[in-house]
Write a protein that binds this ligand. Structure first.
Ligand code: GDP
Length: 202
């Protein structure tokens, strides 16, 4: 389940403008700075594929990358910019939630959560919204290589991961699958690709 070919296809402002060839897709989403671009680049083994979503003007777009001519990785804008005005945050919610609810070729959302810090309210809200709306979801924990010093009160990634799962449990009928990753060590990369291959073959 490796990536032989990755090609940027388009940036869409609305769900209706997304590619209409019916290929299955997986959407990556998470708080800004969670490590989404790094992970995307690690998955396709390139340095700069994911930069599109960071260009000014493209931050509010749905970015489609076609993989091996047979499925899509979709880069969604990051949420939780501390500086974003309320208006923009509301728009962001409408825009991505509309995509999740209406995109029929979406196989699963991959929600990225930073495992090097304790759970953030906005991530919990996001995960619970996906759970309540029964959007198929996989939890991808990022930065699992980062180890906080115990004496500073920091928790290990494993502890943050199990805390997070515990906090969202009530919103899911069955606990979502989860994968621990690091773009530094490439931990989890093959597991993500294999998981995506399995989901496509259902
Ligand atoms: P994005 O805003 O979600 O696209 O996040 P980026 O991929 O740009 O990463 C944000 C910051 O986190 C950068 O400084 C990265 O170097 C760092 N980062 C991303 N992934 C990892 C990881 O797996 N481990 C560590 N230690 N740092 C990471």
């Amino acid at each position: 389940a490796q990536v032989a070919e990755a090609e940027f296809v388009k940036s869409s402002v609305r769900t209706e403008d997304c590619p209409s060839d019916g290929l299955p897709e997986f959407a990556l989403v998470g708080r800004s700075n969670v490590g989404k671009s790094s992970l995307l680049n690690s998955l396709v083994r390139r340095r700069k594929l994911a930069l599109t979503s960071k260009k000014p003007g493209k931050t509010q777009c749905i970015n489609h990358f076609r993989i091996n001519d047979s499925w899509y990785l979709v880069d969604l804008p990051g949420y939780g910019y501390a500086v974003a005005p309320q208006e923009l945050r509301t728009d962001w919610g409408k825009f991505t939630k509309g995509y999740f609810l209406n995109r029929s070729t979406l196989v699963s959302v991959f929600l990225l959560i930073d495992a090097s810090i304790p759970a953030k309210k906005i991530d919990l809200e996001y995960a619970s919204w996906l759970g309540e709306n029964q959007i198929p979801m996989t939890l991808v924990f990022t930065k699992c290589d980062k180890r906080k010093k115990k004496k500073n009160g920091g928790k290990r990634p494993e502890e943050n991961v199990s805390d997070f799962q515990e906090l969202i449990r009530g919103f899911f009928q069955t606990a979502p699958p989860w994968i621990m990753t690091s773009s530094v060590t490439n931990q989890g990369r093959d597991e993500i690709l294999l998981h995506m291959a399995q989901l496509r073959n259902y």
